[in-house]
Design a protein around this ligand. Structure first.
Ligand code: FAD
Length: 621
């Protein structure tokens, strides 16, 4: 049958990409349909119930700055929060939360169900309605035809999914869920480049069988960090600790002696796995000189005894999994509640996408999430939001929107994917961003909320909170620069203990804040009324302390933009350009671009490489 209502945007798949895509399109006022296998699994975390971490929290905060759901759900479901790299510079600081998977999922579902313009429907999609080179809708397993202007495909690990435990394997999208095979076949018939990737998950453990006295306790941070710009500690449920265990030489012996029973090493799995989240058999094999690896024993929730042993993802057979686990101090009597497994699935070459995440070959069809070769909830959610908003704009006949690499990690993520493609599951790191001092997790709202408001993604409440914060930052910065401390004053004497030598002249508070020995807390109540909003104080401090570096980075961006038309000499010997990788030298030698802008568009030539070329040209003159 044909479903009687027509939609502006149809989203297929209710995982992290699909839920952000559907919410974004609906927030923008488009009639949106979210079609998914099972409404009970909306927002389900297939693997570790944790959100954020290095590079990833930057994406979560950007999703939040654009009005998305992930950070808000994390604040409602988070049971342990930490700031990683807290002692390093603000560019690489990252918030990570262990979540209660049931509470997180419930928070996402509540947001979906209360979102105006959004319709949910539970059923697998087997086919797309394609008219020439334009998508027109989707057809479910029972033959219901849903018609729409645009379709966003967010099917995760489900396309042609095959799960492996040891040498046994069976079809599945993840444990307990069916694969999407009919849709996978249909997509393979369209002109996209398709390949296989794999990922894995560890066995889960019963906390009642663990000897916690033999593990190191790792409590969350105090005061508890918050994920969303609108979040508050009061949203958090009860907080709990994680624990740390270690593999040992015995563990490694068991693994090495049984590698022939691992589907990866026996050649059963062909797909490439995530380099930065390898299985324990991979780690033991690749880093043979290491005698121990750390394992974080993380709770799956407040109302369950199940634990997630982060660091021993495996697809070894169950009997070996049990021996591996029980070889670890503290886990000698561990009971495995669910075996670990690996999953192989189809992904599509992201070089066949535009910056908007629309496919190049089928108009109005967008791909987001793991289907594009990424791994991780945060990478999926960020792409989902972008694809959803661009599908909505397309449905309304508007130009697409994508942030640049110097505006957002979301821009870096999409640009990397569509220009470089990926040979292994792609995850975000701060090192992927060349302008990371500008792209901090603390300022995602200041970078993006204004755009989000213009795009129709940001509601009145978020906008009002943002404006209040922005004004407070300006006001406080102005107050600090207008407040002067005289060298002989009582205030100067209070500061003297913290400074290598007493003040020799009059300073304003902003100048003093730039000094490495002093923080906002040292200066706040020295004179005048300080702000009592931590986020405002943090922003004022970071701006003051890093102003020079931030200005220099902004200068580089402006310079690159100005020099895009700079010609590259036809006889330029790229082998002699210092600082370029061999791969980039080869690509440039083969392509011989005429301008810097053209060089930057060659797949694999990074903006950092363009910057090196610019410096080289200047030296040649
Ligand atoms: P998913 O979260 O997979 O959601 C896909 C959704 O689409 C599901 O709701 C599904 O039911 C629905 N769907 C699929 N096909 C159809 C269809 N035809 N019709 C209707 N609905 C459909 N990430 C990490 O960062 N680190 C890890 O170590 C890690 N390990 C993982 C281990 C396993 C075993 C799995 C399965 C995933 C792992 N991940 C890991 C990946 C992480 O789960 C994904 O990156 C993330 O969930 C991707 O989000 P997504 O929205 O693209 O897809």
């Amino acid at each position: 049958m044909d479903y009687p209502n027509r939609f502006d945007v149809i989203v297929i798949g209710g995982g992290h990409a699909g839920t952000e895509a559907a919410l974004a399109a609906a927030r923008m006022g488009c009639q949106t349909l979210l079609l998914t296998h099972n409404i009970e699994t909306l927002g389900q975390m297939s693997c570790n119930p944790a959100i954020g971490g290095i590079g990833k929290s930057h994406l979560v905060k950007e999703i939040d700055a654009l009005g998305g759901a992930m950070a808000l759900a994390t604040d409602q479901g988070g049971i342990q929060f930490r700031v990683l790299n807290a002692r390093k510079g603000p560019a690489v600081r990252a918030t990570r939360a262990q979540a209660d998977r049931v509470r997180y999922k419930a928070a996402i579902r509540a947001m979906l169900e209360s979102q105006p313009n959004l319709t949910l429907f539970q059923q697998g999609v087997d086919d797309l309605i394609v008219d020439g080179d334009t998508v027109r809708g989707a057809i479910t397993q029972t033959g219901i035809r849903f018609h729409g202007e645009t379709v966003v495909l967010c099917t995760g690990t489900f396309l042609g999914g095959v799960m492996h435990i040891g040498l046994d394997n069976h079809a599945g999208g993840r444990a307990g869920d069916p694969p999407a095979n009919a849709l996978a076949q249909r997509l393979r018939a369209l002109p996209f480049r398709v390949d296989r990737l794999k990922t894995g998950t560890p066995p889960r453990l019963d906390a009642k069988s663990i000897d916690f006295a033999n593990l190191e306790e790792q409590p969350g941070d105090s005061p508890t960090p918050v994920m969303s710009y609108l979040g508050s500690r009061n949203d958090h449920p009860r907080q709990v600790s994680c624990h740390i265990a270690h593999t040992n030489e015995r563990t490694h012996e068991i693994i090495l002696a049984n590698l022939d029973r691992s589907p990866m090493y026996s050649g059963v799995i062909e797909g490439v796995g995530p380099r930065y989240c390898p299985s324990i058999e991979d780690k033991v094999h690749r880093f043979a000189d290491k005698t121990s690896h750390q394992i974080f024993i993380e709770p799956e929730g407040l109302d369950t005894f199940e634990l997630y042993p982060n660091g021993i993802s495996t697809s070894l057979p169950f009997d070996i999994q049990l021996r591996v686990v029980r070889s670890i101090a503290g886990l000698e009597n561990a009971h495995i509640t669910r075996p670990g497994y690996a999953i192989e699935y189809d992904f599509f070459d992201p070089r066949d996408l535009k910056h908007s995440l629309e496919t190049k070959f089928i108009h109005n069809l967008f791909f987001a999430g793991q289907i594009n070769g990424t791994t991780g909830y945060e990478e999926a959610g960020a792409q989902g939001l972008l694809a959803g908003l661009n599908a909505a704009r397309r449905a309304r006949g508007e130009q697409s929107w994508c942030p640049r690499r110097d505006e957002a990690y979301l821009g870096v993520l999409v640009d990397d994917l569509i220009t470089l493609g990926t040979q292994e599951p792609y995850r975000m790191f701060t090192s992927r961003a060349e302008y990371r001092l500008l792209l901090r997790e603390d300022n995602a709202d200041l970078r993006l909320t204004q755009s989000g408001r213009r795009l129709g993604l940001v509601d009145d409440a978020r906008w009002a909170a943002f404006e209040t914060k922005r004004e407070a930052i300006e006001r406080e910065s102005a107050r600090l620069s207008d407040t002067w401390i005289q060298p002989q004053s009582a205030e100067a004497q209070r500061l003297a203990a913290k400074l290598p030598k007493p003040l020799s002249r009059e300073y304003n508070l902003l100048e003093l804040l730039r000094r490495p020995e002093l923080g906002y807390a040292d200066l706040a109540d020295l004179k005048g009324e300080p702000v009592d909003d931590e986020a405002v104080a943090e922003q004022v401090q970071i701006r003051a302390k890093y102003q020079g570096y931030i200005e220099r980075q902004q200068g580089e961006i402006d310079k690159l933009k100005r020099h895009e038309a700079t010609p590259l000499p036809a006889d330029l010997d790229y082998q002699r350009v210092e600082g370029l990788s061999n791969e980039i030298r080869q690509k440039l030698s083969a392509a011989r671009p005429e301008t810097l802008a053209q060089a930057g568009r060659i797949s694999g030539v990074t903006p950092a490489a363009v910057s090196i070329l610019l410096i080289h040209l200047k030296k040649r003159r």
